[in-house]
Design a protein around this ligand. Structure first.
Ligand code: PGA
Length: 254
C-alpha cells in the first residue's frame, strides 16, 4: 500500500524564530486534529533543520526535509550543503529537482541523477519533482517533457532504490500562480507517470510509489485533487506557511 503524504515546502521564507513558531503551531494542531494515517513532512531551509529536529515532540506526526543538497559527498564547494550534513541535522527527506532549482540554478537531468544517487546513498528519501512549463503545456509536448525528466534523472536507479522515491508532479504554470491544475489534468499526468514506472519497474513497485501533486494547492481545492486515484497527497508551497491552511490540507487527505 502506498503512503499518503503531505509535504510543505517553505522555500526561502521565515527566519529561525518564525520557523520554529510555525513548526510548533503545526505540531500542536496535528496532535489534536490528525486522525488518519497521513504522513506529514516539513521541508525547511537547511539552516533551520536541526532546530526543528530538536523541536519535534515524542508523539509528533511530523518529519523534516531539506529543499536541496549538493551532488558531491563533500569537498571544496563553498556555500553548499551535503546530503550527509542534512541527514546528520535530523532530516529524513530532501526535495530534488524542484522547478525553481531547474530554472534559477540551471539544474539539468544529469545533475539531478547525481543528486538522487547522493541522497539515497546517505539514507535520505528524495522527493523528486517533475513538471512542464506553460509553453510546453500549450505546445502539447508535456507528455514528452515529463517522460524525459523522469527517465533521464531517475531510471538509472535499480528497483530497490526506486521504491524509496516520492515523486511530485508540479506543473510550473501552477506554482505560486493561483492557477491549479484541474483534478482531471493532474490525474491524467499522475496516471501517465505511474504507467511509465510500470513499464520500467513493473506493476507492484509502481503501485507502491507515492505521487504528490504540487502547484497552488490550498484548503479549498485539496480534497478534490486528493480524491483522484493516482494522486497520493501534495507538495505545498505558499499554503504551508500558514499552520491552519496546511493542517486543513493534510486533513483533506484521507
Ligand atoms: P505553491 O508551490 O503551493 O506555492 O504553488 C508549490 C511548490 O513549489 O512546491
Amino acid at each position: 500500500m502506498r503512503k499518503n503524504i503531505v509535504a510543505g515546502n517553505w522555500k526561502m521564507n521565515l527566519d529561525l524564530e518564525q520557523g520554529i513558531h510555525l513548526f510548533n503551531e503545526i505540531q500542536d494542531l496535528l496532535k489534536v486534529e490528525l486522525r488518519g494515517e497521513q504522513e506529514v513532512i516539513v521541508c525547511s531551509p537547511s539552516i533551520h533543520l536541526n532546530s526543528l529536529a530538536k523541536a519535534l515532540n515524542d508523539t509528533s506526526k511530523l518529519s523534516i526535509g531539506a529543499q536541496n543538497c549538493h551532488q558531491a559527498e563533500n569537498g571544496a564547494y563553498t556555500g553548499e550543503v551535503s546530503a550527509q550534513m542534512i541527514a546528520s541535522a535530523g532530516a529524513k527527506y530532501v526535495i530534488i529537482g524542484h522547478s525553481e532549482r531547474r530554472l534559477y540554478f540551471s539544474e539539468s537531468s544529469s545533475l539531478l541523477a547525481q543528486k538522487l544517487d547522493t541522497t539515497l546513498k546517505n539514507g535520505l528519501l528524495p522527493i523528486f519533482c517533475i513538471g512542464e512549463t506553460l509553453e510546453q503545456r500549450n505546445g502539447g509536448t508535456y507528455f514528452d517533457v515529463i517522460k524525459e525528466q523522469i527517465s533521464e534523472a531517475s531510471f538509472h536507479l535499480d528497483g530497490s532504490e526506486y521504491g524509496k522515491l516520492i515523486l511530485a508532479y508540479e506543473p510550473v504554470w501552477a506554482i505560486g500562480t493561483g492557477l491549479t491544475a484541474s483534478p482531471e489534468q493532474a490525474q491524467e499526468i499522475h496516471l501517465f507517470i505511474r504507467n511509465l514506472i510500470v513499464e520500467k519497474y513493473g506493476q507492484s513497485l509502481a503501485e507502491n510509489i507515492t505521487i504528490l501533486y504540487g502547484g497552488s494547492c490550498n484548503p479549498k481545492n485539496a480534497a478534490e485533487l486528493f480524491a483522484q486515484p493516482d494522486i497520493d497527497g501534495g507538495l505545498i508551497g505558499g499554503a504551508s506557511l500558514k499552520a491552519r491552511d496546511f493542517v486543513d490540507i493534510i486533513k483533506a487527505l484521507n
